[in-house]
Design a protein around this ligand. Structure first.
Ligand SMILES: Cc1cn([C@H]2C[C@H](O)[C@@H](COP(=O)(O)OP(=O)(O)OP(=O)(O)O)O2)c(=O)[nH]c1=O
Length: 185
């Protein structure tokens, strides 16, 4: 059985992996997350996931290393984590009453092979009032989340409809990842 390393500081990714009984350890790679805007968005996100995983993979040659990156895509605008609460307000106002995509790119690095993939989930928000948005950004924790909301917390109240994998919105498409991990174990 190969050693699996999750190259992530995200508590959500850790919880998702633990919840399906994958045995793994965590090593955080502190890369600067810069999206390559010359690439199609799915590919750019996969590349970020690869950067996160490959730093750790170089230090652990035998291990299977997983990196991931999640963004929200709304009308060709890529929304990562907000800079501050004003930015969070701006993002949530933009998403209010509309449908956006949540894309998670994942990289699996093993020996000299890199497997890259992504998953897309479509989320439609109810119309949100200014009050609702303000209450959310002051009581929930929007700053460490792509698009400024967490579907696993109070952000679930915004969701009118969702198509696709819920876990992907939380930060890791765990079912697809599990399928792909089978060949390494
Ligand atoms: C949309 C959405 C995102 N998120 C989170 C998942 C990710 O942790 C975060 C997006 O930031 P990422 O840059 O993908 O990940 P991270 O910085 O938290 O962790 P690392 O780079 O070390 O792996 O947003 C939620 O928790 N719930 C949601 O509903």
């Amino acid at each position: 059985m190969k050693k699996i390393i999750l190259a992530s500081q995200s508590p959500r990714r850790r919880e998702l992996m633990e919840s399906v009984n994958i045995n793994f350890t965590i090593e955080v790679s502190d890369i600067e997350e810069v999206i390559d805007e010359s690439l199609p968005v799915e590919q750019a996100i996969e590349q970020l996931a690869l950067q996160k995983a490959s730093v750790i993979a170089k230090q652990h040659k035998q291990a299977v290393v997983i990196g991931a990156d999640t963004v929200v895509l709304y009308e060709n605008q890529i929304l990562g984590k907000p800079k501050d609460l004003d930015d969070a307000y701006r993002m949530l106002s933009m998403l209010s009453g509309h449908t956006h995509k949540v894309i998670t790119g994942v990289a699996i690095c093993h020996e000299d092979n890199n497997e890259l993939f992504h998953e897309v989930t479509e989320v439609t928000f109810y119309e949100l009032s200014d009050d609702e948005i303000n209450r959310y950004i002051t009581t929930a924790r929007p700053l460490d989340k792509a698009g400024s909301y967490g579907i696993q917390g109070l952000g679930k109240l915004f969701v009118k409809e969702m198509h696709g994998d819920y876990c992907n919105v939380v930060g890791l498409p765990i079912a697809q990842l599990n399928q792909r991990l089978k060949k390494y174990i």
